[in-house]
Design a protein around this ligand. Structure first.
Ligand SMILES: O=C(O)CCC(=O)C(=O)O
Ligand SMILES: [Fe+2]
Length: 313
């Protein structure tokens, strides 16, 4: 709620987002650090910041203050943040947040510079309770014939598509560039109006009523369909959100249909904010999820994963 007074944080609250400085300057807490459990601490002094507890494996530890502290303890990232946000945190209290940045428990640091007792480290490093991601699977949106026909169309009529690129802003101009640190795959828009019409009819008839029922969302618009291939060794899409830049902010739900489940290994979806579970829908099943969820397509390590995707709004 915009304008509501800030209160002390409690276990169960999601840490409010904030712009952080000290790393690359332009990122926010949610964009940069969701997807893995977090330790958060606002030290009362540089001396405290220099003698923080050892960070357990699998945890990202953030030491926050008005500015980054020079000489922060090894394993900790020191970042500056907005004063109003910092007021939410008591000095020298270590918070554990889960991968969805929901606060789990807090622990006051020992007043001396003694290391944290082992039991405290154990508790604060413990696996957080993880839940299934709020995704919807709708079986049989495309029949097997249509899936096979789409793969043939992609490989033959679209000549296997083109390597996917990402939009990069450089000196005020946007260019499409390869970026293997983000994704590797091939893609094409469909070139056969009859096939597009068949996909459209199936989405209208089988997916939209279910999205209206389950998410209570009336779809009004759809981006163009994209045919995708993820070949072994060169097929993955690292964790991202689908609506976090101005050009795609209109998107509400992502819809993806696997075209050849069982013919490849790897290539599952994962939603790191909601735990390690991997989703690998059957051929013809549509996977639908909010564009605001962090998600990734894990590397394909045998065969080729084929899929069709679009975004709904
Ligand atoms: O591979 C897919 O099905 C969709 C991947 C994805 O997350 C995207 O294209 O934004
Ligand atoms: Fe995506």
């Amino acid at each position: 709620m915009a304008g509501a007074p800030l209160e002390r944080l409690l276990p169960g609250d999601r840490v409010p987002d904030v712009r952080l400085h000290g790393s690359d300057g332009g990122r926010t807490l949610h964009a940069e650090f969701a997807g893995a459990p977090l330790w958060l601490l606002k030290p009362s002094s540089a001396t405290v910041a220099a003698s923080l507890p050892e960070v357990p494996k699998g945890i990202t530890a953030l030491c926050v203050g008005a500015q980054a502290f020079p000489g922060t303890a090894a394993g900790w990232l020191s970042l500056g943040a907005d004063a109003r946000w910092l007021e939410l945190f008591e000095d020298d209290v270590l918070w554990l947040a889960d991968a969805n940045l929901r606060l789990q428990q807090e622990q006051r640091l020992p007043s001396s510079h003694a290391p944290l007792p082992a039991r405290m480290v154990e508790a604060l490093g413990a696996d957080c309770t993880l839940h299934a991601a709020p995704v919807l699977q709708i079986p049989d949106v495309f029949e097997r014939d249509l899936c096979r026909e789409l793969i043939r169309h992609f490989e033959v009529d679209c000549a296997g598509g083109e390597v996917s690129r990402v939009l990069v802003m450089e000196g005020g101009a946007q260019t499409l560039q390869l970026d293997p640190s983000i994704k590797q795959r091939r893609e094409s828009t469909p070139r056969d109006p009859a096939l597009e019409a068949r996909m459209h009819e199936r989405v209208m008839r089988r997916a939209l009523p279910e999205i209206a029922r389950v998410f209570n969302f009336p779809v009004n618009r759809r981006d163009s369909f994209k045919l995708l291939s993820y070949p072994a060794g060169a097929g993955y899409f690292r964790a991202h959100r689908d609506n976090d830049t101005p050009d795609v902010a209109h998107r509400r739900f992502a819809l993806s249909v696997n075209l050849n489940h069982g013919d490849y290994a790897g290539g599952e979806f994962r939603y790191p904010e909601f735990g390690p579970h991997r989703y690998s829908p059957a051929t013809g099943t549509a996977l639908v999820f909010s564009c605001g969820l962090l998600h990734e397509v894990l590397p394909v390590d045998r065969g080729i994963r084929y899929a069709v995707t679009t975004f709904l709004s």
